[in-house]
Design a protein around this ligand. Structure first.
Ligand code: SF4
Length: 307
């Protein structure tokens, strides 16, 4: 399985994309926050990341979506910080508390190549939305040294269409979240009110680039995999999200309707989030998806944590 970016590297397009992305750092509009800070000069925007990516951890991951794992695992790289401020973040020590170390382009490329030598099926970029320029810069170095693994863009779904356009033909598998169906909840829980509309534009662009998820012999090779974390009290707006997917993306969309919500970080400040998800709430969400005609839904992982 050879990644799409190889062709772009041969024609010099990958370098041009990387240069365009790097230029965005001078008045940052890499993500839809559009902070306009000069990250090259060390200024920090909402993602608190300057010119270098920060990496929390990396390695083969076997607890990822099964079609990404088959064989050698998914080669995950966890980027520190995030452009969202979810009060219930399940990875808050990485996304909100800044746990991690700065990595140069050389270091990041070395990590990509290491994951390939470990037999991983793909390079899984976790929380990449604020470090796309740094990823592209590292990718060029890694491809020159023999990287061929497909890239998985594993984001919270708050992505700029302009930045995503630079990834057209670079990313093979998009794996975004669709977190909310309404703006008030997005504002209250993630500190951003245009999440639903921005997220939907991003999902459309991702689907335009890669289409529905293709799985061959149990392994995802290309396409879009959408994740939706069900929140207690119906806060995730599941019906609105499922309707959008069915009506404006594709009835053949591959989904993971996730059950793993548990109160973390500042979730206890929100009454509805101060308990784990109930089995009934997750079953209701599954039912809503099916009622919308969506049937490509990942099987739940063993060991449901529901009450
Ligand atoms: S990537 Fe960071 S600095 Fe740039 S616009 Fe987004 S949050 Fe702001």
């Amino acid at each position: 399985m050879t990644a799409s970016y190889i062709a772009l590297q041969k024609t010099g397009k990958l370098k041009r994309r990387a240069d365009k992305a790097s230029a965005m750092l001078a008045s940052c509009a890499v993500c839809p926050r559009v902070c306009k800070v000069d990250r090259l000069a060390g200024e920090l925007g909402k993602c608190r990341t300057s010119s270098h990516a920060i990496i929390s951890s990396y390695g083969p991951h076997f607890g990822e979506e099964p079609p990404l794992v088959a064989g050698g695992g998914s080669g995950t790289i966890f980027f520190t910080n995030c452009n969202l401020k979810c009060v219930y973040c399940q990875n808050y020590s990485i996304s909100q508390l800044g746990q991690g170390d700065e990595a140069s382009a050389d270091k990041l490329s070395t990590i990509m190549l290491y994951l390939q030598t470990k037999g991983c099926r793909n390079i899984n970029l976790v929380s990449p939305s604020h470090v796309v320029p740094q990823i592209l810069e590292a990718l060029i170095i890694a491809v020159d040294k023999g990287l061929t693994m497909p890239l998985v863009y594993n984001s919270g779904g708050y992505d700029s269409v302009k930045t995503l356009e630079l990834l057209d033909g670079v990313v093979d598998i998009y794996m975004p979240d669709m977190k909310y169906g309404d703006e008030q909840t997005a504002k209250r829980l993630s500190g951003i009110d245009d999440y639903p509309e921005t997220n939907r534009q991003a999902i459309k662009e991702m689907h335009r680039q890669v289409g529905d998820l293709i799985i061959e012999d149990g392994i995802a090779t290309h396409g879009l995999l959408i994740r939706h974390l069900v929140l207690p009290g119906g806060l995730a707006g599941t019906e609105s999200v499922m309707r959008f997917i069915a009506e404006e993306i594709s009835m053949n969309s591959y989904l993971n309707i996730m059950d793993q919500f548990r109160p973390e970080y500042k979730a206890y400040d929100v009454a509805q989030l101060s308990r784990p998800l109930r089995m009934q709430e997750w079953s209701d969400a599954m039912e809503l998806a099916k009622r919308c005609g969506l049937t490509r839904i990942a099987r739940p992982q063993p060991g449901l944590r529901l009450i």
